[in-house]
Design a protein around this ligand. Structure first.
Ligand SMILES: Cc1ncc(COP(=O)(O)O)c(C=O)c1O
Length: 432
């Protein structure tokens, strides 16, 4: 029996963290309002709550127009349709992200081109973009991943130079600001998810924001089964699905948007405190500070684990041991998407992979993104945002557990435990 909980010792933390999501009587009243007014669906379009929320959400992110949709993946797909991505077009995506960033690109029969991430931010490395451009490149789809933004200054400059569109995947950054511009409003469009783990959630849901009326109208038509947009200035109908968000879901998003600034302050204060305590711990590294993020909105705290500094004990062991100490966290949160078990794809299902090429593109084997692979398989450790919505004592428990694991790391050598083993599988596969 060792000192660590994973080897039979007592766990540092026995109490669960406060659950996520949180709600108050305001959400209950909003749901009651939908229930009693009997307008539950998204039709006639837009519903009272979806319309009001879409406007407020866009405004909070310094954009003119906002449209709710039923998931974040649909938000990305609708944004791709808005900028008229056509079959065979190439769209640059970061290699290290959730698979859901990339699926919509393939589903419009476009071709994702993977860009490695910057090890300082774990977001798309803008320095690599120009070497990947071809005459078919039409758009860049950066993800503001974890707790950082992709370098929008560099990405927008490249987009301007090469006449490309930019869609920001903002699934991790509700309320965030880059140089005082809301997430999603620097690029041509921003796509958000309200899936249950996110900073704001309706269980499932999403939104697209933009400053461009034509794009907004195209999004509205596409997600409303091809009906005309409400303003219909550009007179364009797009074949689409019913991807509308229902009124119950929109109703509980309104109060969360009101709560977001206050939550943001608590979260940030706790994360700053966390960082002040973990800085300098042997085996732990921090992402580079980014002063251009003028309103942080981290989906999670993401740190670096350096096995070589702690006697070669792998990240899976560190994460497994921390979990048993009562601290929820994850290591293999995302794989480089090209390594995902979704691939290889059958080129017959995605014909654009073959067009104009001697052989169909093999998305699994044509890439090697060392920084994404390092982050995914060895280095990154993710802590959910909601762990930082509580007290300083909650934060102390995370740090104390980390210190305890580090002090007793030898106990982990060669240890076989289901929690460690689970880290050998990607989250997508674990959840499947
Ligand atoms: C980075 C990223 N992009 C896209 C998505 C897709 O969102 P959804 O699950 O709502 O379709 C998610 C979340 O799940 C995500 O984390």
């Amino acid at each position: 029996m060792g000192k660590l909980a994973i080897t039979g010792g007592e766990a540092i933390r026995k109490k669960r963290f406060d659950p996520w999501p949180v709600f108050t009587e305001t959400e209950r009243a909003a749901l009651e309002d939908v229930l009693t007014n009997r307008n539950w669906g998204g039709q006639p379009f837009p519903g009272k709550h979806t319309e009001a929320f879409g406007k407020k959400f866009a405004e909070y992110h310094t954009a003119k127009y906002g449209q709710t949709v039923n998931t974040g993946t649909v938000a990305i797909q609708a944004a791709l349709k808005a900028i008229d991505i056509r079959p065979g077009d190439e769209v640059l995506v970061p290699a290290y992200t959730w698979e859901g960033t990339v699926g919509p690109v393939l589903l419009v029969n476009a071709v994702p081109i993977f860009v490695d991430v910057d090890p300082e931010s774990y977001c798309m490395d803008a320095k690599q973009i120009e070497s990947l451009l071809t005459p078919k490149t039409r758009a860049i789809l950066p993800v503001h991943l974890g707790m950082r933004f992709a370098d929008l200054d560099a990405i927008m400059a490249i987009a301007k130079k090469h006449n490309l569109k930019v869609i920001e995947d903002c699934a991790h950054v509700h309320g965030g600001m880059w140089r005082d511009k809301g997430a999603g409003s620097t690029g041509d469009l921003g796509a958000f998810s309200f899936q249950s783990s996110k900073l704001m959630t309706s269980g499932e849901g999403g939104a697209v924001i933009t400053n461009n009326l034509e794009y907004f109208e195209r999004v509205q038509s596409y997600i409303n089964a091809g009906r005309r947009s409400v303003t219909d200035k550009y007179k364009k109908r797009l074949i689409g699905f019913n991807y509308r968000l229902g009124e119950f879901q929109a109703a509980i998003l309104g109060p969360q948007l009101e709560r977001l600034p206050e939550q943001g302050k608590v979260r940030q204060a706790n994360m700053d405190y966390f960082e002040s305590r973990i800085r300098g711990i042997q085996g732990i590294g921090l992402l580079k500070p980014e002063p251009r993020i003028t309103r942080p909105a981290p989906y999670g705290y993401v740190l670096k684990y350096f096995a070589e500094q702690v006697k070669g004990i792998p990240r899976a062991a560190f994460v497994g041991a921390l979990q048993l100490e009562g601290i929820p966290c994850d290591g293999l949160f995302y794989e480089p998407v090209y390594c995902s078990s979704l691939f290889p794809l059958d080129p017959n299902d995605f014909p654009a992979l073959s067009w104009g090429r001697p052989k169909p593109l093999d998305l699994r084997n044509m890439y090697k993104c060392p920084e994404s692979e390092r982050a995914a398989y060895h280095e990154a450790v993710w802590f959910s945002h909601h762990l930082f919505l509580g007290s300083k004592a909650d934060v102390d428990s995370i740090v104390n557990a980390m210190c305890k694991v580090m002090e007793n790391i030898e106990e982990m050598r060669g240890l076989e435990h289901p929690a460690v083993k689970a880290q050998g599988q990607s989250r997508a596969d674990r959840e499947s």
